[in-house]
Design a protein around this ligand. Structure first.
Ligand code: ZN
Length: 246
């Protein structure tokens, strides 16, 4: 498999002219596998970031009953967020593994965008494939697309008129982590270790993957991802995003 040449050009510097971000993803751990190093650098610079999780991650640990896993994974996500300076973490209760794209999902995200009034919306890969390519999951595709669509919904005063507090047209950028079409990067030289610690906070999840699973090696995986992005960003450890103007 080869990447398209257009995907291998240098990454641009991530926009800095924003103050408030809302990150909308499907599962506990999604942000830690794709964006936490960047988020840590943003909060260290005084920017405000909040997390919205579409699920509680109840179907993510094969050896654990869903309700037990949901409670544990919620707690791990809150701890993980705190490590990168994020204290606002909300969970919707869409069904893990079975999230459908549709108006209920867009409506929930619209409500969150109108409440948080972010300049930047961060989400996780909405494309059919990961870089590589490997096939993506329906939860990520559906949540990513609904989050991007909800940016416009939130600004349209004629949609979801019962959801307050008021329409919000202020989202300037959307940033997609884990995208096969990355365009921009954030230097995470100073926050890579923090990002690794935030993924390692998902202890029960990582243990559930088994020690031989490459996804369970937080340090190895995040270091490799940072180096891979860095090859297109001046050799510095980096987190790559697809940035979309809103
Ligand atoms: Zn996920």
């Amino acid at each position: 498999m080869t990447s398209a040449p257009a995907d291998r050009g240098d990454l641009a510097r991530f926009p800095d002219d924003w103050e408030t971000a809302l990150a909308i993803v499907a599962h506990p751990d999604d942000l830690e596998y794709g964006a936490a190093g960047a988020i840590a650098s943003w909060t260290a610079a005084g920017k405000k970031v909040a997390y919205l999780l579409a699920t509680r991650g109840e179907a993510g640990i094969a050896s654990m009953a869903p309700e037990e896993a949901a409670n544990l994974r919620e707690a791990e996500q809150v701890a993980s967020a705190a490590i990168v300076g994020v204290t606002s973490v909300e969970f919707l209760d869409h069904p893990d593994g079975l999230i459908e794209y549709g108006l209920p999902l867009r409506r929930d995200f619209t409500a969150a965008i109108r409440r948080h009034r972010p300049d930047l919306v961060v989400t996780f890969n909405h494309h059919e494939t990961w870089p590589g390519p490997r096939w993506n999951t329906p939860d990520h595709r559906n949540v990513g697309r609904a989050a991007l669509d909800a940016v416009a919904d939130a600004g349209n005063r004629h949609l979801h008129t019962d959801i307050g507090p008021a329409p919000w047209e202020g989202v300037r950028y959307a940033a997609v982590a884990g995208s096969p079409s990355a365009t921009h990067a954030v230097d995470i030289t100073g926050t890579l270790d923090t990002a690794i610690a935030s993924l390692e906070a998902h202890r029960a999840y990582l243990d559930g993957l088994g020690s031989g699973n490459w996804m369970a090696d937080a340090r190895g995986l995040l270091t490799a991802m940072a180096q891979s992005a860095g090859e297109r960003y001046g050799g510095r450890p980096a987190t790559a995003f697809e940035v979309i103007l809103c």
